[in-house]
Each structure stands twice: as structure tokens, then as C-alpha cells.
Design a protein around this ligand. Structure first.
Ligand code: FE2
Length: 212
């Protein structure tokens, strides 16, 4: 019997892209599969929170740059990348690839996502270095280029996360049966627990601009 589990909605109110609560058809609905999916989706929400803050910086250019926000975002970026890639490449895709065997479409999809992770991680470090320099008082010499760099990163991230949520996660979830889902759940929990993204980016989430 195929039933559905509900992914928690990924809400990105500032962006025009709408994320809606969706169902994933699986035949092994269990509290463990729901919790594991919730942890993965929750981590994506934190990535979107970072995207919103990067958009705030881009929108503030050239005259209203908040250097405190730039510094907090530069500190959060590496944590976001490490958590996303660690959970997906390191746990989810590794196990899914084994479950898929030789199934070509699923393997191609995972390879595409891994390529995007590698590219976006390089881009993220460039953005983080630039924001850190500005956060520490460096001169804003080329605001147009900074805006272009920031928008390139967060728009690419939003597309990546939307595609993952709509296409990749349902395909991946369906290739797990109950016993392998229990193992995935254990590993996802362990990965999320070891690298608490929520704690790492809490200063960015809580950041409020100080009076000029
Ligand atoms: Fe991803």
C-alpha cells in the first residue's frame, strides 16, 4: 500500500518562488521516515534563511551595506556548505546510490546534484571571503560586482533547493525500504546531531542591524 508523508513546507517569503507543502509517495511510512525527511527539509530551510540574508545585503548595496550582517553571513556560509554537503553527499546520496544499483536515471540525478554541490561550495567560499573583508571594514570598491556575486550564489541555491525538494527527495525516498530507511534515519540523525547547523548559524538568524 502506497501512502504519503508530508515534507514540512520550505518557506521563503521574500522570494517570488513559492514552496508548498508536498507529499512523497512511499510504501514504508514510519515515524522514522517522517523524522528523517523532516531533518533534511529543516536543514534546507536554514539554507534558505541564509539566502534571504544574502539578498538583504545585495539589496542594500551600494549605500546601506551593513558590515555586521556581512560578517555574520561570512561566518555562516562555510557551516551551511559543510552541513548541506555532509548530509547529502556524505549520507543520503551514498546510501541512495547503493539502493539504486545500476538504475541510470537515479544515479545521473545524484551525480548532477553532487556536481552542483562542488561548484556552489567554491562559489560560497569566494562570497564568504569577500563578505568577511567587508565585515572587517574593507573598502567596498565594486558594489556592482558584489551584487552580481551574491545574487549568483543565492539564486543558484534557491533553484538547487527547489529542484531537490520537488524532484530528488521523492525519488530518493522511494528507493528505501523499511529496514534501510531505519538505517538512513539513524545516520541522518547522527550527522545532524554532530554538526548542528542551527547552532552554528544562530548569530546570523538572530542578527538585527544596529543603529547607524
Ligand atoms: Fe543539495
Amino acid at each position: 500500500v502506497t501512502r504519503t508523508i508530508e515534507a514540512r513546507p520550505v518557506d521563503d517569503t521574500k522570494n517570488a518562488m513559492r514552496w508548498e507543502q508536498r507529499s512523497i509517495d512511499v510504501d514504508h511510512v514510519s515515524p522514522q521516515s517522517v523524522e528523517a525527511l523532516g531533518l533534511v527539509v529543516n536543514q534546507q530551510k536554514l539554507q534558505l534563511h541564509l539566502c534571504r540574508r544574502l539578498e538583504e545585503i545585495a539589496d542594500s548595496l551600494p549605500k546601506a551595506l551593513d558590515r555586521g550582517l556581512a560578517l555574520q553571513a561570512s561566518a555562516a556560509l562555510p557551516h551551511c556548505r559543510a552541513a548541506h554537503v555532509g548530509l547529502q553527499d556524505g549520507v543520503l546520496f551514498k546510501m541512495a546510490r547503493r539502493r539504486m544499483g545500476k538504475e541510470a536515471e537515479g544515479r545521473a540525478m545524484i551525480s548532477q546534484l553532487e556536481d552542483e554541490h562542488a561548484r556552489d561550495t567554491d562559489h560560497a567560499y569566494e562570497v564568504a571571503d569577500t563578505l568577511e573583508t567587508l565585515g572587517r571594514g574593507g573598502a567596498l570598491t565594486n558594489p556592482e560586482m558584489l551584487g552580481y556575486m551574491l545574487r549568483g550564489y543565492f539564486e543558484s541555491q534557491r533553484r538547487h533547493l527547489a529542484w531537490e525538494t520537488a524532484i530528488a527527495l521523492p525519488v530518493i525516498w522511494r528507493c528505501f525500504d523499511r529496514p534501510s530507511m531505519a538505517e538512513l534515519h539513524r545516520r541522518v540523525r547522527s550527522q545532524v546531531g554532530e554538526h548542528s547547523l542551527e547552532a552554528a548559524i544562530a548569530p546570523l538568524m538572530a542578527y538585527r542591524a544596529t543603529a547607524p
